[in-house]
Design a protein around this ligand. Structure first.
Ligand code: SOE
Length: 364
């Protein structure tokens, strides 16, 4: 069957530019996607690195001005992997030009900005790269929750822990500059935590927050810790820090209900712990499941059961699901409306930290 071409412009050549480029290259190898992807143009500000990056990742052309990518009639999809403050202007221009848009997280630097992006995108298809939804073990946890195997939830506990904040040799990049990033650990790391919390446990209704900056002179949070209530009656803690010495990239959650418990940590991403609390008490204990098939999400797409996958596959699977939805006009999540929901919670957490008050999450 001849596939429709989908011509892509990627804006950004950093860490995420590489992760996305790899996904564009790999997706058709692991998944039957309904498009033939054409890696048309890679756009970046650092011209010195751009040609080599484009050659390495298979992009046909290079460009240094994102506006010129959006003006091009031969681009169907714009992918945004640049500092957070640029997401809104690029996404809004791209949606107005009728392109499908993929955007890195956090989708925006404020809920107000995210709302403008979501509104501008009413007529086009969008995705926010909350890639951890597509870890097979996380998708499997969602399946167990939906099947009622956790039951009535009491606690949702999640943390995204990194340690690079303490590294004196690390150049002060855009991620610690409020003008470019909007926030620190809140947008960078807690956005993932909030997205997974909303996905797995539903709406957050109220929050209390503590934010802290360890590095003198830095204008963003190094750590954000929140206590929240969920609409389903459960309570939770959501934490993100760049100062968790000993944790390179820990992204974990635990969910405890009256029928069971599930526990995940990205540093061991092929595993999900599950406890079935309906079993006889003497037999209960967390099962350490190797979520690589059979009968697990994506197991037919990647390797045979027992052959683990890695970080990059989460981007491949997210892209595959998006392209499948795009080809069939089926709904896709997380889209810009989901990104907006995350941003509203993030803004509420920041407000709660500023005022020190218990703050309701208003769907503003
Ligand atoms: C931060 O160090 C970071 O790269 C985040 O920006 C990503 O979203 C996360 O997936 C890994 O860590």
């Amino acid at each position: 069957m001849k596939l429709r071409p989908l011509r892509i412009g990627l804006i950004g050549q950093g860490f995420m530019g590489r992760a996305h480029s790899n996904a564009f290259q790999q997706v058709g190898r692991f998944f039957d996607v309904p498009f033939e992807l054409r890696l048309q143009v890679l756009c970046g500000r650092d011209r010195g690195r751009l040609a080599a990056a484009a050659a390495r990742w298979g992009w046909s052309e290079i460009e240094t001005d994102w506006r010129r990518v959006i003006e091009r009639p031969d681009i169907d999809l714009v992918d945004i992997a640049v500092p957070n403050a640029l997401h809104a202007p690029i996404a809004i221009a791209a949606t107005q030009a009728g392109k499908a848009v993929l955007c890195e997280k956090p989708m925006a630097v404020s809920a107000e900005e995210a709302r403008r992006m979501a509104e501008a995108a009413r007529k086009v298809r969008t995705m926010v790269w909350f890639n951890y939804r597509r870890v097979p073990a996380v998708a499997f946890a969602k399946q167990l929750i939906d099947e009622g195997r956790i039951g009535r939830v009491f606690h949702y506990r999640a943390a995204y822990l990194q340690q690079w904040g303490t590294d004196p040799s690390r150049p002060p990049g855009w991620k610690t500059d409020r003008a470019q990033a909007g926030s620190g650990a809140l947008g960078d790391l807690l956005s993932h935590v909030v997205d997974l919390a909303l996905y797995l446990n539903g709406a957050v209704t109220e929050a209390q927050t503590l934010q802290h900056t360890f590095q003198q002179g830095r204008d963003v949070d190094d750590a954000t810790l929140a206590l929240v209530r969920f609409a389903n009656g459960s309570i939770g803690s959501l934490e993100a820090t760049r100062y968790a010495v000993g944790c390179r990239n820990t992204n974990r959650f635990e969910i405890h209900g009256d029928r069971g418990m599930a526990r995940f940590n990205l540093e061991d991403l092929n595993r999900l712990e599950f406890l079935d609390a309906t079993e006889p008490p003497g037999l209960q204990g967390p099962r350490n499941l190797l979520v690589t098939g059979p009968d697990h999400p994506y197991w037919r797409n990647f390797w045979k059961p027992g052959h683990g996958i890695g970080y990059e596959h989460t981007f491949v699977a997210a892209l595959a699901d998006f392209l499948t939805a795009l080809g069939s006009d089926e709904p896709f999540h997380p889209d810009f409306d989901d990104g907006l929901r995350v941003q509203i919670v993030l803004d509420t957490l920041a407000d709660a930290a500023r005022t020190g008050q218990r703050t309701p999450v208003a769907l503003r």
